[in-house]
Design a protein around this ligand. Structure first.
Ligand code: FCB
Length: 455
C-alpha cells in the first residue's frame, strides 16, 4: 500500500488508542462501602452550583456495573482505558485509615482490564479531593501536598505492579482557576491568590509523588495531564495581543515552564504581584522531576479579546453544546508548539471529545457530529506526527455519557449513550465508527506486515 494515501500511515504500530472517564463523573455509590465525601459531593449540594441541580450519588452506577462497562470497551477493541481513582473511596478522610473495600474495587477494575487485554491508565487526582482535607485548607494548604504523596504511595502499593501508567493530576489549571479563582467548580473559592497557591501545590505534589513512586521502584510510566490550547488574539490589535500573551502564560506556560525546568514565567509573576504563590527554595527543582510522558487534553482553541467580546460563532466553525468551537487544526498547532518550545517526553492526547444534543431513537444515536469531531482530531494528531512530533496515544473523552461537572447530566460527551433512568448503555454511531476504525487499522497493519514479509 502506498503510505502517502494510507490515512493510518502516520500512526506507528505501538500507538495507544483508548477511551477515558473519571471517578466522580461515572462511579456513583457516593457513600457506599466506607467511601468518604469529596469536595464535589459537597459542592453539588450548594444551591445553584450545578446547572440541573444534580449530583454524583448515582451517576453511571459504574461501581456496580464496572464489568459490563469493561466488556463494552473490550468490544470496541481499545488498547487502553484511562480512569481515575477516587481518593475518598480509598482513604475516606484523606489521611488516617485506608478503606480496604475501596482499594478492592480498583483492584477488581485493574484486573478486569488486564483480563480483557486493555491497558490500565490510572489517574490519581481527577478533582475529587476528600472533603475532610478541604476542611483543613485543601490544596491551598501545603500539608495536602504530603497527604497526596502518601495517597500515591498507598495506591501504588496495591496496583502499581499492574497499571501501565500513573497520572498524578488531571488538569491542574481547572482545579486552580475554576475551583479557586472563578469558583465555578468545587470547592467554589473565589480568590486569585488562593488559585495560584493551589496551582503551585498541585505541581509540587506531582513532582514529589513522582520521586516517591520512583523510589519505590514503580514500573508504571509516570506523568501529568494538562488542559492546553493555542491561545490566539481575537484581532490584530495590540490590546488583544497583550491579553492573549497573558492568557497563554496563565494556561500553558505557568504549568509547562516549571515542569520542564524553567521556573514560573516572569511576565505572569509580574502580572500577579502579591497574588503570586509562596514557595520554598527547593520547590522548583522538585516540580521539574523528569516525566515519562505528558498527557494533553484538547477540546478547542482559546480566542482572547481584551474586552472579552469575541463571539464563538464568528469563525463560522461548528460549535458544540458546551459552546466550544470545533477547531481540530488547533491540536496540530498546539502539538507543534509544545515540540518547538520544550524538551518533551512522549505525548499522549489523554482527552478530546465533544458534547452534542444526541437523540436516542429506535436504539440508535446518529451522532455524525461527534464522529466528525473525533475523526478530525485524530487526523490532526496524524498531521503532527507527519511533522515530527512524538505522540504515542489518543483517548476519546468519553467512553460514557456522564456527570459533566457544573453542567450536570445535560451535556453528553459519551461515545456510549447512558439512559440515566435505566442505566442502559447504547453504543452511539461514533462508538461504532471508532470500533471499525480500530479494526481497519489493525487489518491494514497486518496487510502491510504480510507484504513486508513477502507473503
Ligand atoms: C475536561 C475534564 C473532563 C471532562 C471534559 C469535558 O476538562 O478533564 O473531566 O469534563 O473536560
Amino acid at each position: 500500500m502506498d503510505h502517502t494515501t494510507d490515512p493510518y500511515a502516520p500512526f506507528p504500530p505501538g500507538f495507544v488508542w483508548g477511551v477515558a472517564t473519571s471517578s466522580f463523573q461515572i462511579e456513583g455509590a457516593a457513600s457506599e462501602d466506607g467511601k468518604g465525601a469529596s469536595i464535589w459531593d459537597r459542592f453539588c449540594r450548594q444551591p445553584g452550583a450545578i446547572a440541573d441541580g444534580s449530583n454524583g450519588d448515582v451517576a453511571c452506577d459504574h461501581v456496580h456495573r464496572w464489568a459490563e462497562d469493561l466488556d463494552l470497551m473490550a468490544g470496541l477493541g481499545v488498547d487502553a482505558y484511562r480512569f481515575s481513582v477516587s481518593w475518598p473511596r480509598v482513604r475516606p478522610s484523606g489521611s488516617g485509615a485506608w478503606n480496604a473495600k475501596g482499594l478492592d474495587f480498583y483492584e477488581r477494575l485493574v484486573d478486569g482490564l488486564l483480563a480483557r487485554g486493555v491497558q490500565p491508565w490510572m489517574t490519581l487526582n481527577h478533582w475529587d479531593l476528600p472533603d475532610a482535607l478541604q476542611a483543613t485548607g485543601g490544596w491551598e494548604d501545603r500539608d495536602t501536598v504530603h497527604r497526596f504523596v502518601e495517597y500515591a504511595l498507598g495506591v501504588n502499593e496495591r496496583l502499581g505492579d499492574r497499571v501501565t501508567a500513573i497520572t498524578t493530576h488531571n488538569e491542574p489549571w481547572v482545579m486552580a482557576t475554576l475551583g479557586h479563582e472563578t469558583g465555578h467548580f468545587a470547592p467554589g473559592v473565589k480568590s486569585r491568590a488562593s488559585a495560584m497557591q493551589v496551582a503551585h501545590h498541585l505541581l509540587l505534589s506531582h513532582g514529589l509523588a513522582l520521586q516517591a513512586l520512583r523510589f519505590e521502584g514503580s514500573r508504571a510510566k509516570l506523568g501529568i495531564v494538562l488542559n492546553l490550547a493555542p491561545v490566539q488574539p481575537a484581532t490584530p490589535s495590540e490590546a488583544d495581543h497583550t491579553a492573549a500573551r497573558l492568557e497563554d502564560g496563565r494556561l500553558l506556560r505557568w504549568y509547562m515552564d516549571p515542569l520542564f525546568g524553567r521556573g514560573y514565567p516572569i511576565d505572569v509573576l509580574v502580572h500577579l504581584g502579591a497574588d503570586a504563590p509562596r514557595m520554598a527554595p527547593r520547590d522548583l527543582d522538585d516540580i521539574a522531576t523528569l516525566m515519562d510522558f505528558l498527557g494533553v487534553n484538547y477540546y478547542s482553541r482559546n480566542v482572547v479579546s481584551a474586552t472579552g467580546s469575541w463571539d464563538v460563532h464568528s469563525s463560522g466553525n461548528p460549535v458544540t453544546e458546551m459552546g466550544w468551537e470545533v477547531y481540530p487544526e488547533g491540536l496540530t498547532e498546539l502539538l507543534l508548539r509544545l515540540q518547538r518550545d520544550y524538551a518533551l517526553p512522549p505525548i499522549y492526547v489523554t482527552e478530546s471529545g465533544a458534547a452534542f444534543a444526541d437523540q436516542l431513537q429506535g436504539g440508535r444515536v446518529h451522532d455524525a457530529d461527534r464522529t466528525l469531531y473525533v475523526s478530525a482530531h485524530i487526523a490532526a494528531i496524524g498531521e503532527a506526527l507527519r511533522q515530527g512530533v512524538r505522540v504515542d496515544g489518543y483517548m476519546v473523552w468519553s467512553l460514557l455519557d456522564n456527570f459533566e461537572w457544573a453542567s450536570g447530566y445535560a451535556k453528553r460527551f459519551g461515545i456510549v449513550h447512558v439512559d440515566y433512568e435505566t442505566q442502559k448503555r447504547t453504543l452511539k454511531d461514533s462508538a461504532l465508527w471508532y470500533r471499525d476504525f480500530l479494526q481497519r487499522r489493525r487489518a491494514s497493519r497486518r496487510h502491510r506486515e504480510a507484504i513486508a514479509m513477502g507473503a
